[in-house]
Design a protein around this ligand. Structure first.
Ligand code: FE
Ligand code: FE
Ligand code: FE
Length: 162
C-alpha cells in the first residue's frame, strides 16, 4: 500500500518536471536573445540543446512506466520563469541585465536539481533502475549548468553590473 502511494507521487512528479522542462525549452531561446554577454548567450544556447535531450529522457521514463507522456501544470516553474521575464523587461538596457538573467537561470536550475534528486531517489526506491540512471544523467547536467552560471556570474556578468 505504501509503495502504491509512492508510485502515484512518482508519476505526478514526473509529469511536473515534464511540464517544467517544456516551459524551460521555450524560455531559454528568449533568455539567450536577451543576454548581452556572448558567453552567457552561448551558455543558454548550449543548455537549450541539453534540455531537448532531457525531455527525451523523460519520455523514455514514461515509456518504461507504460504511460503516455503528459505534463501537469507546475506553478513553481511558471513563477520562476515569470520572474525572469520581469527582469528582462525591467533591466532591459541596464548593465545589470546579465547578472539578473544568470540569477534567474540559477533559480530554474535549483528547482530542477530538487526535482531530479527526488525523482532519482524515488525511482531507486520503486525499483526502476533505468529511470534512476536517466534522472542521474540529467541531474549531472543541471548541476554542471548551475556551476557554470556561478562561474560566469563571478567572472564577467557581475563585474559589469557593478
Ligand atoms: Fe532541465
Ligand atoms: Fe512543480
Ligand atoms: Fe536546466
Amino acid at each position: 500500500m505504501a509503495d502504491k502511494q509512492l508510485d502515484d507521487l512518482f508519476l505526478d512528479t514526473l509529469k511536473d518536471i515534464y511540464y517544467a522542462e517544456r516551459q524551460i525549452l521555450k524560455a531559454l531561446p528568449k533568455m539567450a536573445k536577451a543576454a548581452s554577454s556572448p558567453e552567457l548567450r552561448a551558455g543558454f544556447e548550449q543548455h537549450h540543446t541539453e534540455t531537448e535531450g532531457q525531455v527525451e529522457r523523460l519520455e523514455r521514463v514514461f515509456e518504461i512506466l507504460g504511460k503516455t507522456p503528459r505534463g501537469k501544470t507546475c506553478d513553481a516553474i511558471l513563477g520562476i520563469l515569470d520572474e525572469g521575464k520581469s527582469i528582462m523587461e525591467e533591466f532591459k538596457d541596464s548593465p545589470a541585465l546579465d547578472a539578473g538573467l544568470a540569477a534567474a537561470a540559477q533559480a530554474v536550475e535549483h528547482y530542477e536539481i530538487a526535482r531530479y534528486g527526488t525523482l532519482r531517489a524515488w525511482a531507486m526506491q520503486l525499483g526502476h533502475k533505468e529511470a534512476a540512471d536517466l534522472f542521474g544523467q540529467t541531474l549531472a547536467e543541471e548541476e554542471a549548468t548551475d556551476k557554470k552560471l556561478s562561474q560566469l556570474a563571478t567572472s564577467v556578468v557581475n563585474k559589469k553590473a557593478a
